[in-house]
Design a protein around this ligand. Sequence first.
Ligand code: NAD
Length: 297
Amino acid sequence: MTSIGFIGTGNMGGPMARNLLKSGFKLHAFDVVASSLKAIVDAGAEAAGSAVEAAATADIVITMLPAGKHVASVYLGDEGIIAATRPGTLLIDCSTIDVKTARDVARSAQNNGKTMLDAPVSGGTAGAEAGTLTFMVGGPAEGFEKSTPILEKMGRTVVHTGAAGTGQAAKICNNMILGISMIAVGEAFVLAEKLGLDAQKLFDVSSKSSGQCWSLTSYCPVPGPVPTSPANRDYKPGFAADLMLKDLSLSQEAAMQAGVDTALGYQATLLYEAFAKAGEGGTDFSGIIKMIRARQR
Ligand code: NAD
């Protein structure tokens, strides 16, 4: 039986780890927050006293951490898990982090004779609970083959995106489209209001026309047309604006490093920054329509 070291059992990592336990895997888990660790131990995992202890005897290590600096500190250096794991251990980082750190850590793993994958997810906490996440996996093909039976226990779609770092690239490019398109849909609905066009009528037209997109048809930012969208529950997340801002900021960092001009990605980042500064970071990201509306004369 494959033994898994799972590090970072927070809002996403907790339910992902629970799905692995339900599938019969043996888990050695660690989180710096005692209550997060206790929750997964109560579900059947064995508690480790450190990240290194969780990883040392594992066949596969999975991390689900907040940001690049946490990933670098857990993996790198003499005290890191790359140095501490056994030869042949597969390392999978599911956190959403910057492309550069993902590539640096993967290179360090390779230099140490280990295979590392960057495998960020989309689908949010509901997808993590339900085991329906989408995994975008960057790294060597043989590592990908080995990872799929595990990732499929936590997700419905697992895509090999290419070499190391391309999983993170897929995640931030996708979310840059999402951030921009949500603002575009919000602006269209606010303009429609000002022009005396009923929101449902705009939806009826645009959802069947060339303006059709996920932000409109699955996540409509005004109440009514899509009953399951956060607009119908006062923009309770869902996907919080703070997380959208994090992903847009990562997209801009990557764009700057790659020398790519993403004018709308940049504007979307500024707008989500303003929304978060106004105290709305915990609101669903579709709530940005409230700020667009408030800015009108
Ligand atoms: P979270 O803060 O709930 O969980 C992160 C966990 O990592 C926490 O429990 C924290 O204590 C732990 N941690 C931090 N440093 C550690 C260390 N050195 N060793 C061990 N544990 C450590 O965050 P989350 O919502 O679970 O998100 C995790 C990642 O998934 C982030 O990169 C986020 O951007 C991404 N993500 C989140 C969502 C979402 O909807 N929440 C969706 C997709 C992707």
